[in-house]
Design a binder for this molecule. Structure first.
Ligand code: FES
Length: 141
């Protein structure tokens, strides 16, 4: 393992042990919860919006599962405040994967993007826009 991979692993472990923005917001303006169908691990995310209805003011999440799924969701929540809802709803998974920073097998990739998929469902649903097809196979309600 390279020094960089070791550093990224430590960041992931820190997010897993000390999740940022932990806890669902109540009341909230958007929320969704989803499972990775391969393992049953879960993530739920909630958002509050600014008065403009276009910008994320606050975020909170809860979950249960492997380190990658929970840490990736924690990392994701750190980058959403103040962002446009439309921008986040279209956030490419590559941006999150880059932040995770370590090579992932296809199975671990599903772990890494669980929270991102849940976020997209919550935001698209709240705006009444269509979820892109690539996210349609998620087990999200
Ligand atoms: Fe279940 Fe990672 S093993 S989401």
């Amino acid at each position: 393992m390279t020094e960089f991979e070791q550093m990224y692993r430590e960041v992931i472990l820190d997010h897993y042990k000390n999740p940022r923005n932990h806890g669902m917001l109540d009341p909230n303006d958007a929320h969704a919860e989803g499972q990775n169908p391969l393992c049953g691990d879960e993530v739920a995310i909630s958002f509050r919006f600014e008065e403009d209805g276009e910008t994320v003011a606050d975020v909170g999440f809860e979950g249960r599962g492997c380190a990658i799924s929970q840490a990736a969701t924690s990392m994701l929540t750190e980058r959403v405040r103040g962002k446009k809802i439309s921008e986040l709803a279209a956030l490419p998974k590559e941006e999150l994967l880059e932040e995770i920073g370590i090579p992932l097998t296809p199975v671990r990739m599903k772990c890494a993007i669980l929270g991102l998929g849940v976020m997209k469902v919550a935001l698209h649903r709240s705006k009444g826009t269509d979820l892109p097809d690539e996210w349609a196979g998620l087990n999200i309600s």
